[in-house]
Structure formats: C-alpha cells, structure tokens
Design a protein around this ligand. Structure first.
Ligand SMILES: *Cc1c(COP(=O)(O)O)cnc(C)c1O
Length: 383
C-alpha cells in the first residue's frame, strides 16, 4: 500500500506516509493551477476556491467554523503564533501556565520567553505522565495570559483532560491553547465542545506532506499576527499560502474525519495486540504513560536491562522503524524530558522505545515486529 513495503514503519508520531489520495488532490496545484490565490483573475479565483475548500475540511475535522482556521507552515508555527498572540493581548498579563512535558514547539518558546521576562509556571506530571487539574487551577492567576497544555503527548500518548482545563481557563477568564497535533486524526476532537481559544494542528502527522499546519483561533478571540505582511488568511498570517500543501492538508483532514471512531478502534487493536504479545514474550517490560487515558496508537515501552539506542539500531537493521524518545531529541545524549518529568530514572528512560502505529500498519506487521523485537531484546540482554 505504501512505498516502503519492506519497512515496518512504527514511528507514526514522528511523521506519517502521505496518502496517495492526498498526493492526487495536491498535484494539479503544483502543475496547471499555479496561480496566486490573491489574484483577481479566474486562475487566481480557482486557486482561492481550493483554499477555501481545504479550510472547510480542516474546520470539519475539529468542528469549528472555516474562518476560525488559519493556515501556517507547520504545527510549530501555529503554537508560536498562539503564544505570542496571547501575550500581545494585554501588556499587564505576561504569565504563562504550561506543563513540563510539552513538545519543544511550546517548551523552547516558553524557555525563550522566560529569558525575556515572561513568567512561566511549569506544571509537573505524575508517574503516568498525567497532570493534576487542581494544580493547574491554583497556578492560573489574574495576570495569566495563557494556559497552554497539549491534548496528547507525542512520546507517551498520554491524553490530558483538556475539557476540564478549558473549564478552568474559562472560569478564570484566561486564554487556553492546546497543541492537538497528535490527537488530530486519531481521536474525535471538537473545538466547540471543548471551548478553546487556540488549537494547533500539523499536516504531516495525519498522512499529509510536511510543511503545513493550521491554527484554530476562536472567532471571538483577539488575535495578533505572528507573521506580519500581506492580508492573506484574513489578515491573520502574512505570506502567500502554500496552496498545494494546504489542499493536501484539507484532503487529509477530510479522510481523517471519515469514520474516526472506527479508525480509533483499528489503531487500538493494532497497538493493544502488539503490547499483549510483547508482555507474554518478554519479561520486565513496562508501559510509560497513562494506560487508561492514552492515544490509541502509541506504545512507549521500557525494556529493563537494555539500551534503547542499541535496540533501535538492531531493529533498523531488521527494517523496523521506531523512536527512542521524541524525534526532536533523539540523537542527543539527554534522556527524554517527558520520561524524566514522569520520574523515570535515566536508566529506564534510556531503555525506552516508542512505537506508534497508523492505519497503514497491519496485524501481520505487528506479529513480525513482535518476533524481531523479542529476539533483539534477548540479544541485547545477553551481551
Ligand atoms: C510534531 C509535533 C509538533 C510540531 O509540528 P511540526 O508541523 O512538525 O512543526 C508539535 N506538537 C506535537 C505534539 C507534535 O507531535
């Protein structure tokens, strides 16, 4: 089905294979429909119409209104835009509440802002990577500009109680942003039900090419552009739109929204089958994350007495792709900040691998992967 047939790709939280239907949809916008969507003649208008179709499709996935969707270059830009806009709303509110386990898009931005005088309150997590809403409530103040908490953690899959958090933000009159990059396409999301002001999305985590994302901004929320320039995106984001990628993103969101509950179940069957088999065949394996509140596709496992980097290399030789820590931190010597925040020892963090499934994976691949992982873990433990 996908072009890397021999590879068992279990790193779908890092990026995903592009759906052929998505490629087909975007191709005409790389060839004949190359017009600028802001141009007044027919080709421009045709392209502008395609942009609006994409906007409607993204809006449907998150149950928002189309005008609440701003296209960006990636999930990271969306998150930066939300944070900077919230800070621009009121110079007397320069305090942000966030967690210690956010993606680097949020984490590094807040660390930089802290150096510039913005006060950051970092909420910790328990052993399952879960936060305590009461602690969040206590941290939110009258001078808080933004509460920003991810919907689902990219490393462990732990789902945060965004509904409760949005309620807290509302009660305190504070803006709420959620990084929904990992949740989108895996579980149903609704901006309406939740009542958020900002929500970040990224295309390449849901079978669209890399380099396109979106920021949901509630229509009642005051917004200051992060990229100033032309009046594209309703004046909320300057720069000529990446039309082909946006068209692709729209198609990917349409496909993702289609029977999402069924997709969630399919992913869960793959992941749970994988874990059950591993637990039967390997001793001393533990799940990192909140088993009762977790993305259906993510399995972060600690294999005692192993080294994740070595294990990852062995698996790569056998054509299995997975991740040690997050994609953005692998290659570095530091253990994952998420596992550290959960209180994992360095040894356990360094013995942990993340496997993340997509609908392109099959039960046959799961069986094959389990077999190879069992042998590889045994090999490393015997050294
Ligand atoms: C991948 C990811 C991002 C960043 O999205 P990009 O489009 O790669 O910038 C942000 N947050 C989470 C949780 C992610 O997994």
């Amino acid at each position: 089905m996908h072009p890397f047939e021999p590879l068992i790709y279990l790193d779908n939280n890092a990026t995903t294979a592009v759906d052929p239907a998505v490629v087909e949809e975007m191709l005409p916008f790389l060839t004949e429909h190359y017009g600028n969507p802001s141009s007044p003649y027919r080709m421009g208008k045709h392209v502008a119409k395609a942009l609006e179709t994409a906007r409607c499709r993204v809006a449907q996935l998150i149950q928002s209104e189309p005008e609440e969707v701003i296209f960006t270059s990636c999930g990271t830009e969306a998150t930066n835009a939300a944070i900077y806009s919230a800070l621009a709303a009121d110079p007397d509110k320069q305090h942000i509440v966030t967690t210690r386990v956010e993606h680097s898009a949020t984490l590094k931005t807040c660390e930089l802002l802290a150096k510039r005088g913005v006060e950051i309150t970092w909420i910790g997590v328990d052993g399952k990577g879960q936060i305590d809403p009461e602690e969040v409530e206590k941290a939110v103040r009258s001078d808080t500009a933004l509460l920003t908490v991810m919907w689902a953690n990219n490393e462990t899959g732990t789902l945060f109680p965004v509904q409760t958090l949005a309620g807290i933000a509302k009660k305190k009159g504070v803006y709420f942003h959620t990084d929904a990059v990992q949740a989108a396409g895996k579980i149903p999301l609704s901006s309406k039900d939740i009542g958020v002001q900002f929500m970040s999305l990224s295309g390449h985590k849901l079978h669209c090419p890399k380099g396109v994302g979106a920021l949901y901004v509630n229509k009642k929320t005051r917004f200051t552009p992060f990229l100033t320039g032309g009046s594209q995106e309703g004046g909320k984001r300057g720069g000529t739109q990446n039309v082909a990628s946006i068209v692709a993103f729209g198609k990917a969101c349409e496909l993702a929204a289609n029977e999402i509950e069924t997709k969630e179940t399919t992913l869960r069957v793959l992941r749970d089958g994988f874990e059950e088999q591993l637990f039967q065949k390997i001793v001393n394996v533990q799940i990192n994350g909140d088993k009762s509140s977790r993305l259906p596709n993510t399995s972060n496992l600690a294999f005692e007495n192993t080294d994740a980097e070595a294990l990852l290399m062995l698996l790569d030789e056998k054509n299995i792709a997975c991740s040690a820590g997050s994609a953005c931190t692998s290659g570095s010597v530091n253990p994952s900040h998420v596992l550290k925040a959960m209180g994992c020892s360095d040894t356990r963090a360094r013995a942990s691998l993340r496997f993340s499934f997509s609908l392109y994976n099959t039960l046959t691949e799961v069986d094959k992967a389990v077999d190879i992982i069992v042998k590889s873990v045994a090999k490393i433990r015997s050294l």
